[in-house]
Design a protein around this ligand. Sequence first.
Ligand SMILES: Nc1ncnc2c1ncn2[C@@H]1O[C@H](COP(=O)(O)OP(=O)(O)OP(=O)(O)O)[C@@H](O)[C@H]1O
Ligand SMILES: [Mg+2]
Length: 377
Amino acid sequence: MIGAGQLARMTQQAAIPLGIELRVLAASDRDPAVLAGAICRVGSHESLDDLRAVAEGADAVTFDHEHVPNRWVQALAEQHAVRPGPRSLALAQDKHHARRTLAGLGIPVPPFELVRAGDVAALERFAADHGWPVVVKAPSGGYDGRGVALVGSPAEAAVLDLGVQHWLLEERVRIERELAVLVARRPSGETVVYPVVETLQQDGICHELVMPARVPPEVARQATAIAQRILDDTDAAGIVATELFLDVGGELLVNELATRPHNSGHATIEAAATSQFENHLRGVLDWPLGDVSMRAPAAAMVNVLGGADGSDPATRLPEVLADPSVHVHLYGKQARPGRKLGHVTALAEDHERALAAARRAAAGLAGAGLALTGGTG
Ligand SMILES: Nc1ncnc2c1ncn2[C@@H]1O[C@H](COP(=O)(O)OP(=O)(O)OP(=O)(O)O)[C@@H](O)[C@H]1O
Ligand SMILES: [Mg+2]
């Protein structure tokens, strides 16, 4: 696995009972997956030599993030089973490419246009057609809401600096709910689809979710069908997460894709018969996929962020563990204000109870210096 962050760490946890030996390309030998026992090679995901070295002799190569240059993924795919392959990975790497590809398949996406960064006149023309504010995105490299800006006027556009050469302009969708559909896929095309997840954002960052989503069955069915359709005729393998908007008019639009385990699937560790991490491994290795049905009527997940005082949430674990409905995951990362350090999942008879329990536990772990904004990986 290229990358050794929390997704690789939880993949390592799923690899253990199956006897899979997970080797990671890590930025440091203190990365979360390495601390969990994955075999470590320290190196850069931007170096083809390092990528080749970690891939040597592996049954399959997969990713914990989408930042490996696509030309290196293509080069690796000449000698290794790279899963997902370069074509589907490109959909997660380049938001403009994804918009164009999905629109070409007839899948609904927000109206969009790619312009030169700083071209305020082009942005004004887009706003004249689609209204203010305009959503401006870095086409690649962004995550956790970094690289996404809401621009309300030409003056705001004039001072916007996303540090990229092009801006992807999008109509600001009036969002009723944000949904995510997780599909696990084998290279042969066989898929299983988890119950639809509802993500709750603050300042453009997903910090909470409930599962299954609180939407009519017909909406869940449509979201599932869209997510599956995207995967027809691709080289995707393992987990693909499709983020969707349900707009106030009841229409579903695809936001973005991730071709790896995803924050929106963390609750599957306890809430589903097979976690997204295990199904990622099964899909990547072309093994039969596991049962995705839920083990409780409702689940909720809340991310644990570093508190403003920089203290370690682990010091507050005992108080939180007193609630038997709560499952804590800490990622072994150094505590920093606002940093994603872990998550909490709660299972319950209904969404409200699950969410209340998970929120209580996450707040308890973050401590008095609770910081709700400004995620930093
Ligand atoms: N066109 C849009 N209209 C309205 N809101 C949007 C639009 N695009 C993005 N957003 C809001 O911004 C959030 C982040 O956008 P997006 O998922 O594209 O960015 P990201 O940084 O890649 O995200 P992630 O947090 O998934 O890594 C979305 O979840 C949504 O809340
Ligand atoms: Mg997103």
